[in-house]
Design a protein around this ligand. Sequence first.
Ligand code: ADP
Length: 707
Amino acid sequence: MSRSSAETGLSLEALADAADRANRLQRVTDRLAEALTPQQVLDAILTEGLRAAEARAGAIGIVSEDGEWIELLAQRGYKRPILTEWGRFPVSAELPMSHVVRNGEPLFLESLKARNELFPNLEGRGRDGHALAVLPLALEGRILGVIGLSFGDDMVFSEERRKMKITLARQAALALERARLFEAEQAARQRLAFLAEASELLGSSLDYEQTLSRLAHLSVRRLADWCSIDMVAADGSIDRLAVAHEDPDKVKWALELQERYPPDPDAPHGVSLVIRTGKPEFLPELPEEMLEEAIGDDDVLREIVEQLGVRSSICVPLNARGRTLGALTLIAAESHPPYTSADLELAIELARRAGTAVDNSRLFQEAEKGANAARALAYVADGVVLIDGSGVVRHWNPAAATITGVPEEEALGRRVHSVLPAWESLVSHVPLVGPDEALARPVTVPIVLQGRELWVSASGVDFGEGTVYALRDVTDEHALEKTRSDFVATASHELRTPLAAVYGAVRTLRREDIELREEDRLAFLEIIEDESVRLTQLVDQILLAGQLDANAVQIDLEPCDPVQIASGVLESASLHLPDGISLRVESNGVGAILCDANKLRQVLVNLVDNAVKYSPKGGEVEIRVDSEDGECQIEVADQGLGIPSSERERIFDKFYRLDPQQSGGVGGSGLGLYICRELVERMNGHLDVDSEPGKGSRFTVALPASG
Ligand code: ADP
């Protein structure tokens, strides 16, 4: 059922008006729907919106991020340039737009008079219009901005008119928010893309100086007119690592500024402050006073600062693991818009990633240095042991493991005293020097490690947090040293005795005051001959021992008959046998053996000599030749002094003698058994001894059978 307009009380005229308003609003809606950016939204409001509201002029102000300011961003229809005239003004000001932003309610002023009553401070200003409608651009209680509409005449704002204008403002706010979100999303996308690119760059190389410099250049194109990166040097000073600007001439200015005014670490602003505090410094708009204060009367500085054209700046710390490694500065000058909090967030994130990259690369370099040092230590012949302040082993190189017999994995991370109980006696005599003092002097200490008797030369450096010891196994050198002194002692003794005898005999023979009988003369000549033979034997033994050490003794292995060799040796021994000694050879039909016949003869002569020599009370000396399991054993047994069990191995050492003072009156070089064992071993055999002190000794030469 339809009702006529008369019935509803609406005139035709009013209906037409309403339809017209609806049409105009629709057009605004359509235009707003097409607008993508906030600026396009503002333009649409001020063309279609103004027309729809039948206003003569209009302006739109946007509330600043901090909610403190209103910035006029668009206007239309005013004769005066109100954007520059008003620019931006505080929300707290006594102005219609500020009033609306504060209250969130539309303000309809039907005449200039009404305006002046409410805002007496505006008396005499803005004669451009009469009636005024000021509407909040509000969304869910948030005021984005404000739109002011000026009308050519005074005007009564009917309910419909008011509603229409409020609707218009609501649509405008919606469109504005949508456009802002769109723009924010675009910007976020760009920021993410930039961060991704920057991260890729930061991860591309471990040379952080180079990557940071490239990062500065990358930032210049996207984030700033200027970008600089400063790093904290080891001594705490600030080093500029990179300055970037698209114009190389401008970079020169920046470098000049740096040269003339190097950063003062105590400065109250900028890089120094950020590095000191580890917190960002954000100056969306560089306060004029701050610049003026910094410049003072310095004309050169003024010129430089003007060239740089700084408008807005962000300085963020490069932090990693709680330390500030440097700072990244972004400056908006001629082409980049002043920074917003979104830019600050991006810069913080960028600096965080850069800080981590620097830290990683430094850690890697440190680790590599450490690894190189550890690698080098793995090859040095000296044992290197690092003990920290609490006595725990922190380094134990392979040589240390060899010397001590304790593997690295058993030692690391444990207390050195539990790893090696002998440690204390090893290092207690080692004088420790500081890291800057003269070279540590090594001390040689005898020590029993894992049942082995060693001589270890040790030195130590105390570097405050711990001690590094260098250990060297000098057992061999020590043994050599000992051998040398034994040799000097033995040789001087053994040489002096026959020489004294020869000298005495010669002196006696040459005496003219006494007439020597022929038999005495012969006896002296015999002494000279015997002692010369002894001397020759001694010299021969020393030479042969030297040749054995130098591995210069030639051994010719061939099948020989051991029984024949043994019999030959006993035969020649019997020619000058002391009283009370008898000789015997025993064999059970042994086959040929593989040996050097001359060398075996030499060995047996020596063993038989010893057997006779060390049987002062006489007795039987027997050579027994046996064979067993492809091995031939030649035993030389006597019934003489015998050898205590503790000495049975040492008698084979070079120059070792059981009775060096010759209290028993038997001479010798201490080389005989050493030479015997060396020769037998070079013929692929071995020489051992068994003995019962006081009852006799039995030396056994074992050699492989031939074939
Ligand atoms: P040297 O006989 O010249 O002293 P050796 O090397 O032949 O040197 O012997 C080393 C030591 O071994 C001797 O000093 C001696 O004390 C001991 N020795 C060697 N052979 C016998 C043996 N048959 N009986 C007892 N002691 C021996």
